[in-house]
Design a protein around this ligand. Structure first.
Ligand SMILES: Cc1ncc(COP(=O)(O)O)c(C=O)c1O
Length: 393
């Protein structure tokens, strides 16, 4: 069968492939510690599960509006005002099955062939995949370890051309855990005064912070109208499998995104949306406890990684990923990730799964228990030491 040529431009997320390989090894009886997948290992809080069950029993099992249930959009509008300090109307919000469709729809709505979109590299692989898929030019913006995984605003400025239609930001950041600080956001805002780009601001990890407060580019003067803000429930409320996210944008853009929803999904699952209302209006204790636990794990894994031979690791300010520098091991990232999975029983991702500037790094998700993190660190340490001894012989 002949596939449309655009299919050859579609990328993927390596995390799912590594998970499959790790599960195949487990099926052969091998033990694997899973540090590859980016999802909280906690259960969805009970009051949210109950709200979904009550909605199911209450008959919320039919189609809903493509843009999302009005009552959920009202609650999201209040939440955005509270967390970002910007006024948003429900008509500016589109509810989607997870945050990911907002990425796809943004590219479909805004990018034409020949347009350029700047995206963070290393970064969430779906940005580049979707930019390529719609036929635009993906322009990597290098994030730098020595800048705490932020970037140089002058470097960003040098990448902007008359064809630059979109800039993708992601803070807190997958895979590095970096955050964009106020000065960087101010620098981007200054560039926006000179150039007419739109911004996709992926803030899915906005509540996963270990100190400080989250700041959105949409709060800068004139930028709310030029930003599509992505957020959702997957990470904050441990709801990855439920599929619930949203985009916040101008009303004209929201009309287009709702039409894309009509064409692709019809609507987001309505009893899941009812659970989303419970998530945002109910007790926040469980979400906060989860972040406190991630904080403990972050400290443990970063200290453990820094004690390994050939490995150094900066302290991530948010999300739940460590992105250690492994250049001191003398191995390429993909080779080390493969060897750790096959020989040490630790599933981690090569930094190159997040773009070419991820070479020299691994991504380890610490959404796993402290005993499992300790086991993984022990296994990696033993494997690295064995390898060094073998090389010295
Ligand atoms: C940076 C980033 N954006 C978006 C998403 C997608 O989230 P969801 O599961 O809600 O589609 C993820 C998930 O890993 C992510 O890491």
């Amino acid at each position: 069968m002949d596939f449309a040529t655009r299919m050859s431009r579609l990328g993927t997320e390596t995390a799912f492939e590594v998970l499959a390989r790790a599960q195949a090894l487990e099926a052969q009886g091998k033990s694997v510690v899973h540090l590859e997948i980016g999802e909280p290992d906690f259960d969805t809080p009970e009051h949210i599960r109950r709200a979904a069950a009550a909605a199911l029993d209450g008959g919320w099992t039919h189609y809903g509006p493509s843009a999302g249930l009005r009552d959920l959009r009202e609650v999201i509008a209040v939440y955005i005002e509270k967390t970002r300090g910007i006024y948003v109307e429900p008509e500016q919000i589109i509810v989607t099955p997870g945050g990911k469709p907002v990425i796809f729809y943004t590219m479909l709505m805004l990018l034409q062939e020949g347009d350029e979109a700047i995206y963070p590299n290393p970064g969430f692989p779906i940005y580049r995949s979707m930019i390529d898929f719609v036929g635009a030019k993906a322009v990597p913006l290098r994030l730098r370890e020595d800048r705490n995984w932020s970037f140089d605003v002058d470097e960003l400025a040098s990448l902007i051309t008359p064809r630059t239609k979109l800039i993708v930001l992601n803070s807190p950041h997958n895979p590095t855990g970096g955050k964009l600080d106020h000065a960087t956001l101010r620098g981007i805002a200054a560039l926006a005064e000179k150039h007419p780009f739109t911004i996709l601001s992926d803030e899915i990890y906005s509540r996963m912070l270990y100190g400080g407060t989250h700041e959105s580019i949409a709060t800068f003067p004139g930028l709310q109208e030029r930003t599509i803000l992505l957020d959702g429930f997957s990470k904050t409320y441990a709801m990855t499998g439920w599929r619930l996210g949203y985009g916040v944008m101008t009303k004209p853009l929201a009309v287009h995104m709702a039409r894309l929803m009509t064409n692709s999904n019809s609507c987001t699952n309505v009893f899941v949306q009812k659970a989303g209302i419970a998530a945002l209006t109910g007790p926040q204790g469980p979400a906060e406890e989860m972040v406190a636990e991630f904080h403990r794990r972050r400290d443990r894994i970063v200290a453990g990684l820094n004690a390994l031979p050939g490995v150094t690791c900066t302290i991530p300010g948010g999300a739940f990923y460590a992105f250690p520098n492994i250049t001191g091991t003398g191995m390429a990232s993909a080779d080390l990730a493969r060897a750790l999975l096959e020989e040490a029983g630790v599933a981690a991702l090569s930094g190159t799964a997040f773009g070419k500037y991820g070479e020299g790094y691994l991504r380890l998700s610490y959404a796993n228990s402290i005993p499992n993190i300790d086991t993984a660190l022990g296994r990696i340490g033993a494997w690295l030491e064995e390898r060094m001894k073998a090389r010295a012989r």
